[in-house]
Design a protein. Sequence first.
Length: 518
Amino acid sequence: MKNRKPVASFAPIEVRRFILPLTLTTIFLMVGIILDSTLVDPRNITLIVYGVAWIFITLIYDFLIAKSTVFHGSFSWFYVITIIIGLGLLNYILPPHLNEIFYLMVIFSTISMATVSGRYQAYLTLIGILAISLPNHAQNFENIKNILDTFAPFVISIVSLEAILRIKDTTQQHIHRLETINRVSSQIMLSLDTEQTMSLLTTAIQDALEADTYFIGIVKDNEIHLDLFYDDGEYFNGTRAPLDGTLSGWVIKNQKELFLHDLRKDITLDGVKNFVIGKEKTSLSWMGVPLKSVNVTGIIALGSYKPNAFDRADMELFSNLAQHVTLALSNTFQHAQVEEQARLDSLTGVYNHGYFLKRLAEQADESSNTGIPLSLIMMDIDYFKQYNDTFGHLVGDQILNTLCAAIKQHIKQTDAVGRWGGEEFIISLPGASGAQAMQVAQRIGQTMSGLRVEDMEQRTVPVPTVSQGIAVFPDEANEIYRLIDLADQRLYIAKERGRNQIEPKSDHWEKIQTEQKT
């Protein structure tokens, strides 16, 4: 990311606007030469023809710039040759009292060439004019004054064209950066995926700003989670940084932008101390902008290992980008929340029937590919209807949530739990054997028996028991609906056996383990 991509040239109409003052001044000087020749020496037809021809060529050139981009191709070289020959010859035919006009024409033509075609053509033009006109001045190299007078316009031309080229490059770079930010920002606003948003942001930063490190941090659980973190050519996504004592934390807590052009100087920010993440390098230039919306609290930051790597224009551009990122992340998080809510049961917060089936199908595919078993537990609360009738639906809802909390205590993040319907729940355990699923089922039952539930008057009510049926994919059923059906059948066997039971019993899984060993 050290080298910026080349930027596009100005449009012809923009170039014409830049050189219009030079064009008008050149025509004015040529008119002056024509008038001088007419008034001083009417017989000097050469200068009159020269002046008219130069005005004609200047107008044609100006017209072509305004109408097309041919000046970037072969016509550009034709114009270089025209300038070299034309100004070289002017030096020989111009009266001594008009030498200043020649010097001005050299400067104007060089600046014009630099603006239109670039550094290479401008220097070639300058060298060509000097090579042709130099013999005419050779006899004047008797003292330092004459030498300075001869070379002064060429030196001034070099200084002028370098200044113009630097201004041109800076302007083009700024335009390119703005175009990049606007393009990426419009794409970001259309994205509802967080990863895609981060990818687009990476593109924008790498294309528009020079930085050794950058990151987006979102505040979660009093820490800054770096969802995107780039440092010196590597990504360290998933990194966390403390909220207290860091520059990022200061930006987030104070909700203020922070621009530090030289971190070699002492930082006088309350509570901020040196904290290095990523590689063991310290940024010497740093910019941070807070991200704040209904769904997002965080920071976007940019750093460089060089001091004074950024200026206020960079900060303004970065701040503009941060505003778009804030809105985009807020939209993606809100969209993710809506999608998550669509997956969940509204009462218990576990997966709903439809989404659980989708997750189970994915887990079954993975089980088939890896050969690792997938166990399923079908669970039902015993006598739940009578329980609702006795204690009321509010207490019943409390029991449903209590059961889900008990289940989550005993399953891994890769497992899944869903509400199958009413008081019936279903649990998938990827990688778990039947015996391991039996242990999970037993722990859930034990946890439920030890819970304390109160009604609206804070009176303790008895906690119902649960019945559970277990089945294993693919050993006992090689298709998810057969797996569900088998677990459901075993659940009803557990109920018929007296409830508060698990089917099959432990000896079933012990027998299977013995058979597998033999």
